[in-house]
Design a protein around this ligand. Structure first.
Ligand SMILES: [Zn+2]
Length: 393
């Protein structure tokens, strides 16, 4: 089933012969997005530390905005008054907003006597603003209305995301409720030039995931997402489930894996058939003094960089590396608490993620994605970290 919203189209240009990776293009009212792609996260209408021009300079063609944060402040009506989030933030390319549910639940959700978050009821759920404690209510309809006013190109439906260690019956109930909420989201009016993606749940139960993917795939969503990963489940289980499920999502629509995004995750999951990613990792790690490079992680505060005149990555064309800022200078800025280093590392990390995905697209076009992913993973293992995963490529 093809995307239906006005101004949208999705074309698969080629499929990798040995993996489920595919090279495709998502047409939106704000331009074409080459897939697979990574979406930088602009939580409060800003990718932290950068102007939208700088974000665009990293090669990004789509960013993600968080509905929860924008809804609470400055409010969807304020964003709409200024012409929507594109105009408000001066972002010229495509934009996607989440439903707000994940953060409303995790940041403002009610907790029971055992400090467990209370499950949403059928209608929606109440939560308290983490800013001022005000009571708010979120439902599938409200999520569509709020995102409609914020005005991104792509909306996400409100879903129910159980913790990663939930028992099967809890996950089954969440899947069923997400389906009912999917129908309610689809029957809520939204601007014609806004797409709506459905969200497949099912934790690490691959059979539940596949059945849910089929159910949502029969609904007129413009794209399908895999939600509810990276919420506390073991990484090997997450990879095994995504490997089994991602390629079963309708091939005629974009497939978006929500909130999962180490470089190793991206390389593995592109091979499993995922087209779109988002994660705070490159921007958050930058603010913690970590650069991600094709040779692995660089922890800039480490003393080994104090006399190092070389850039983070001599092969990188980002504004930081191409200008020749040395590791020694970046380390000095970091130790001195200068904000410039956080901006430079953010520019570098987003550029690196963009390049990683551009390389993936080229490799798929050349018909050998597996070799590209394998070579990229093996280079990354040389970094200053012991956390490089054993991605299943
Ligand atoms: Zn760089």
């Amino acid at each position: 089933m093809k995307p239906r919203a006005e101004g949208f189209a999705f074309h698969v240009l080629c499929n990798d012969p040995r993996t489920h990776a595919r090279r495709s293009v998502l047409r939106t009212p704000h331009g074409d997005v080459d897939l697979p792609t990574f979406m930088p996260v602009g939580t409060q209408g800003s990718v932290k530390g950068l102007s939208m021009d700088e974000v665009a300079s990293t090669g990004a063609k789509i960013v993600l905005g968080n509905t929860y944060h924008l809804w609470l402040r400055p409010g969807e009506d304020a964003v709409a008054r200024h012409g929507g989030l594109h105009r408000f933030t001066k972002w010229p390319h495509a934009m996607l907003t989440d439903s707000g549910g994940f953060q409303a639940f995790s940041l403002g959700g009610h907790r029971d006597g055992r400090d467990k978050l209370v499950t949403p009821n059928e209608d929606g759920f109440r939560f308290k603003s983490h800013l001022d404690g005000a009571e708010k209510f979120l439902s599938p309809e409200i999520a569509v209305e709020v995102q409609g006013k914020i005005g991104a190109d792509i909306q996400m439906q409100l879903d129910v995301c159980p913790p990663g260690d939930s028992p099967r019956e809890v996950v089954e109930a969440a899947v069923k409720q997400t389906s009912r909420w999917a129908k309610r989201a689809l029957s809520t009016p939204r601007p014609p030039k806004q797409a709506l993606f459905g969200i497949v749940q099912g934790a690490c139960f691959a059979d539940l995931r596949k059945a849910h993917a089929d159910e949502l795939g029969a609904m007129p969503f413009d794209g399908l997402a895999l939600g509810g990963f990276s919420v506390g489940e073991p990484k090997e289980k997450m990879f095994a489930t995504i490997e089994e499920v991602a390629h079963t999502l309708d091939p005629e629509r974009p497939r978006y894996l929500m909130g999962v995004g180490t470089p190793e995750d991206l390389l593995a999951c592109v091979g499993f058939g995922v087209d779109m990613f988002d994660c705070v990792l490159p921007t958050r790690n930058a603010r913690n003094g970590q650069a991600l490079t094709r040779n692995g992680k660089v922890i800039i505060k480490n003393s080994k960089h104090a006399r190092d005149d070389s850039p983070l990555d001599p092969e990188c064309a980002c504004a930081c590396c191409a200008r020749g800022y040395s590791r020694a200078y970046l380390r000095h800025l970091y130790i001195a608490g200068e904000m410039l280093v956080l901006r430079l590392l953010t520019l570098h990390n987003l550029h690196f993620f963009g390049e990683l995905m551009a390389g993936a697209r080229a490799a798929i076009e050349a018909g050998d994605y597996a070799s590209y992913a394998k070579a990229a993973l093996s280079r990354m293992r040389g970094g200053e970290s012991d956390t490089v995963g054993t991605a299943l490529v």
